[in-house]
Write a protein that binds this ligand. Structure first.
Ligand SMILES: Cc1ncc(COP(=O)(O)O)c(C=O)c1O
Length: 366
C-alpha cells in the first residue's frame, strides 16, 4: 500500500518555487559553463553573508566538507578528534578518512554532544572538538566554546542538519573555527543533487579547502598538494541561491508543523523532543522516543504513515568501525536512543489534515 503520509516528499517544496528553479537551471544550461563558475562564486558569497562569515567554499557533499575541513586544519594520523557518539556516520568518516581517531562523547537530553562529558575526553592528542547540531537543534555552544577556549582546542561544526538554527540569536556554523554544510536534497537547504560547503572567517583555511577541492591546485596544472575533485556544479549553486532566498519561509513552515506535533501529541508513552532555552530549532527532523519503538513504527506503517529511524546503528557499533573495538554498552545513552528514536513525517507542503492524521494516530496508540 502506498503511504497516505510519506515520511518525506520533495515535490511540493519544488513546486512552490518551480518557475524560479526552472529559470535558474535554464540560465546555467544556456551559459555553456557548468562547474565552478559565476553561480558558485555568487552562492559562496551569498551563503557566507547569510551566515555572517567571510568565506564559503562550495564542495561536492557534506562528507567532503568534513574531510577537507579537518585536512585543511592539518589533522591526521595520531590525532584525536572529539565527536558525538550520537550522530550520522558521515561526521565520524570526516575524522577517520584523514587517518585520525574519533573519541566519542555521549549526548545530553537534547540528543546533542553533552558538554559536561567533553572535558574528560580531552587528551594531549586532541586536535579538535567536532560538534553536530543534530536534527536541527543547536548544541549547548556557550559551554562547549568555554571548554574549547580553556584548552585551546579548535571547534568544528557539522551543520548538515542545522541551516539557520541559532543559539541566543547566533547562527550555528559561526561559533567554531570552520563549519561544514551538506546540501543533500532532503536537507533544509537542499540542492537537487549532491552538494556541500565549508564556511569560516579564517582565510588560510578557506584557501586550503579551495585548493584541495580542485586536485590540490590554485592555478590550473600547478599542484601544490594531493587534492581531490570536490567541485560544486553551477546548476546546483544556481538552484541553491533560489532556495537560500526562501529559506526563512521554509524554516517557518517546518517550525509550524513541529509546533502542531508538540501541541497535539499527548500520548504518555511517547516522549517529545526537548528544546534548549534560547535556541532556534530548525526541525530538520522531528524525533520522538518510546520503548516500544518498533511496534509504534509498525502501527504507523499499518495506518499508512511513513517514518524513519535516525539512526538504527550508532557509528561505534557499525561494522565499519569494528576495528575501534567498541562493544554493546560502550555508550549506553547513544545506544538507548538508537533503540527508542523514531522520526515523524515533516516536509514542506505537508497539509494540516495530514499533520492531524499523524497526531491522532500517535495519540490512539496503546
Ligand atoms: C550530521 C550529518 N553530517 C554529515 C552529513 C553528510 O552530508 P552529505 O550527505 O552531503 O555527504 C550528513 C548527511 O547525510 C549528516 O546528517
Amino acid at each position: 500500500m502506498d503511504n497516505k503520509i510519506p515520511f518525506n516528499t520533495l515535490k511540493p517544496g519544488f513546486k512552490k518555487y518551480r518557475d524560479e528553479y526552472i529559470q535558474a537551471a535554464t540560465r546555467v544550461l544556456d551559459s555553456g559553463w557548468y562547474v565552478l563558475g559565476k553561480e558558485v562564486e555568487a552562492f559562496e558569497s551569498e551563503f557566507a553573508k547569510w551566515l555572517g562569515l567571510n568565506h564559503c567554499v562550495g564542495l561536492n557533499s557534506g562528507l567532503d566538507a568534513l574531510i577537507l575541513a579537518l585536512k585543511a586544519m592539518g589533522i591526521g594520523q595520531g590525532d584525536e578528534v572529539i565527536v558525538p557518539a550520537n550522530t550520522y556516520i558521515a561526521t565520524v568518516l570526516g575524522i577517520t578518512q584523514n587517518g585520525a581517531t574519533p573519541v566519542f562523547v555521549e549526548p545530553d537530553i537534547y540528543h546533542n554532544i553533552d558538554p559536561d562529558k567533553i572535558e574528560s575526553a580531552i587528551t594531549k592528542n586532541t586536535r579538535a572538538i567536532l560538534v553536530v547540531h543534530l536534527y536541527g537543534q543547536p548544541c549547548r555552544m556557550d559551554e562547549i566554546m568555554e571548554i574549547a577556549n580553556k584548552h585551546g582546542i579548535p571547534v568544528v561544526e557539522d551543520c548538515a542538519q542545522s541551516h539557520g538554527a541559532t543559539l541566543n540569536g547566533k547562527m550555528t556554523g559561526t561559533f567554531g573555527k570552520i563549519s561544514c554544510f551538506s546540501f543533500f536534497p532532503t536537507k533544509n537547504l537542499g540542492a537537487f543533487g549532491d552538494a556541500g560547503a565549508i564556511a569560516t572567517n579564517d582565510y588560510k583555511l578557506a584557501d586550503k579547502v579551495r585548493m584541495y577541492r580542485n586536485y590540490g591546485s590554485k592555478e590550473k596544472y600547478y599542484n601544490e598538494v594531493q587534492g581531490v575533485n570536490s567541485r560544486l556544479d553551477e546548476i546546483q549553486a544556481a538552484l541553491l541561491r533560489i532556495k537560500l532566498s526562501h529559506l526563512e519561509e521554509i524554516t517557518i513552515e517546518r517550525n509550524n508543523i513541529a509546533q502542531k506535533y508538540l501541541n497535539g501529541i499527548n500520548n504518555p508513552i511517547i516522549q517529545l523532543p526537548k528544546i534548549l532555552t534560547n535556541a532556534r530549532h530548525v526541525w530538520h527532523l522531528f524525533v520522538v522516543q518510546t520503548k516500544e519503538r518498533n511496534k509504534l513504527q509498525k502501527y504507523l506503517a499499518d495506518n499508512g504513515i511513513g517514518t524513519q529511524i535516525h539512526y538504527p546503528v550508532p557509528p561505534h557499533l557499525s561494522e565499519a568501525y569494528k576495528y575501534l573495538g567498541y562493544k554493546n554498552n560502550s555508550f549506553p545513552i547513544t545506544e538507548e536512543k538508537a533503540q527508542t528514536s523514531l522520526s515523524l513525517p515533516l516536509y514542506a507542503g505537508m497539509k494540516d489534515n495530514g499533520i492531524k492524521y499523524v497526531v491522532d494516530a500517535l495519540n490512539s496508540w496503546r
